[in-house]
Design a protein around this ligand. Structure first.
Ligand code: IFM
Length: 444
């Protein structure tokens, strides 16, 4: 093995990841109804340049060629999400046969090409009708989600071994209902807190059902980083504690230990909100999982502000990606070691990668050396964590190809494959070739 992967177990696996709304397009075809992102992206000012996922990478119409491209990377796994309003229009009632058929063909193509399908049930595209009925702050949405999970399993459970319930519930709850930067664009802290609990409850209900159906590998994916204090001043130390509480422990503690952390409950109460826990919820939420998906991009240093509820992230003067996110590979190692020590769970890196202002395609090449450097340093950081004892079983790069980066539209490119949005031409970047070679070398 190369230095970058030194210490990773022999059966460590590699893959690439995407999500439905970011790549599929075909927003109104074959019976698909609106999701909150279709609605939100049409709201003036919500997305840079008013861009939407209407066409995106047109993956819905180019799926077989995209799967061939994935197989060409030599990856073991492909992580994708299913669009809820494509499979169950409106979020209630029977499945839409044409929507199911698309994913069934996708799974068959992957299996035929020797790539394991890894299915995420929810990557942020709630059916608009469920948002109109109250969205994630409304308890019933958790039950609707569990029902949806069962329907997807009825259709694909015979061929999909690995199931993730939610992708990054922090984004759904906080960006969706508190800061309003993501769909549905509400700005109410108390609703975000309710949404957090109902996302976790929906996860737990779905996990119980999928468990009883005997899925081979079951998990959830969280976006996390390290949160440290800018100084020893008590205010800064408390700011870092709060950020860690709302970013990591509010999810990991109930999932693993079946309880919310006392300090987080106090922080929530101090802001006039309440986690709406009912009897039995925490047993459901802590249904045992096989794998915890970790999405890592950056880490943060916090400082107090005059408002005790609000802290400030202090830039450390490090190089940044096109998102303005500081590049902190050693934070990745610390995070994985900390998750191992505090929670003792098996982990997979379900997303890691970076947006850079790539050069254009020239003679069929995109020389994205900054992305190669990012991936190299972060995979090395995972290997360091594994050598320190963390149980990390695989690494999936974000993302297979450039796609719709939510509120940033198409301007931020995370792909290891370049997409020309005019022609839909795909061009593997230098990072794709580097990743393929790394995978080959790591297999000896
Ligand atoms: O593009 C997103 C993805 O949908 C979820 N995780 C973070 C990525 C980069 O912002």
């Amino acid at each position: 093995m190369s230095d970058v992967t030194s210490g990773l177990p022999a059966d460590f696996f590699w893959g690439v990841a995407t999500s439905a709304y970011q790549i599929e397009g075909a927003w109104d075809e074959d019976g698909r109804t609106l999701s909150i992102w279709d609605t939100f992206s049409r709201r003036p000012g919500a997305v840079v340049n008013g861009e939407t996922g209407d066409v995106a990478c047109d993956h819905y119409h180019r799926m077989p060629a995209d799967v061939a491209m994935i197989a060409g990377l030599g990856v073991d796994k492909y992580r994708f999400s299913v669009s809820w309003p494509r499979i169950q229009p409106g979020g209630r009632g029977p499945v839409n046969a044409k929507g199911v058929d698309f994913y069934s063909r996708l799974v068959d193509e992957l299996l035929e090409k020797g790539v394991d399908p890894w299915l995420t049930l929810y990557h942020w595209d709630l059916p608009q009708e469920l948002e109109d009925a109250g969205g994630w702050p409304h308890r019933d949405t958790a039950y609707r989600f569990a029902e949806f999970a069962g329907l997807v399993h009825d259709a694909l459970g015979d061929r999909v071994p690995t199931w993730t319930t939610l992708n990054e519930p922090w984004c759904s709850a906080v960006l969706g209902y508190d800061t309003g930067r993501h769909a549905p664009g509400r700005t109410n802290f108390a609703e975000a807190v309710r949404a957090t609990h109902h996302l976790l409850l929906g996860h737990g209900l779905a996990a119980q059902d999928l468990r009883s159906r005997g899925v081979a590998s079951l998990g959830i994916t969280l976006n996390m980083g390290t949160h440290s204090a800018a100084s020893d001043a008590p205010g800064d130390v408390d700011a870092a504690r709060r950020a860690d509480g709302f970013g990591t422990r509010i999810y990991m503690d109930p999932l693993v230990h079946g309880r919310y952390p006392e300090d987080v409950l106090a922080d929530v109460a101090a802001r006039g909100a309440e986690i709406p826990v009912r009897a039995g919820d925490l047993e459901v939420i802590s249904t045992p999982l096989d794998v915890f998906g970790v999405n890592y991009y950056t880490s943060h240093v916090h400082r107090a502000t005059e408002d005790p509820a609000v802290s400030e992230v202090v830039p450390q003067g490090r190089p940044v990606t096109a998102m303005g996110w500081e590049i902190v590979p050693e934070g990745f190692t610390s995070l994985l070691v900390r998750l191992h020590e505090d929670y003792g769970v098996p982990m997979v890196i379900t997303e890691n990668g970076a947006a850079f202002d790539d050069l254009d395609v020239e003679d069929g090449h995109v020389a994205d050396t900054d992305r190669v450097d990012y991936l190299k340093s972060h995979i090395a950081a995972v290997a360091t964590a594994v050598r320190a004892g963390a149980d990390v079983r695989g690494y999936l790069a974000w993302s297979l190809m450039d796609n719709f980066e939510w509120g940033y539209g198409y301007g931020k490119r995370f792909g290891i494959v370049h997409v020309d949005y005019e022609t839909q031409q795909r061009t593997p970047k230098r990072s794709a070739r580097w990743f393929r070679d790394l995978i080959t070398r790591s297999r000896g």
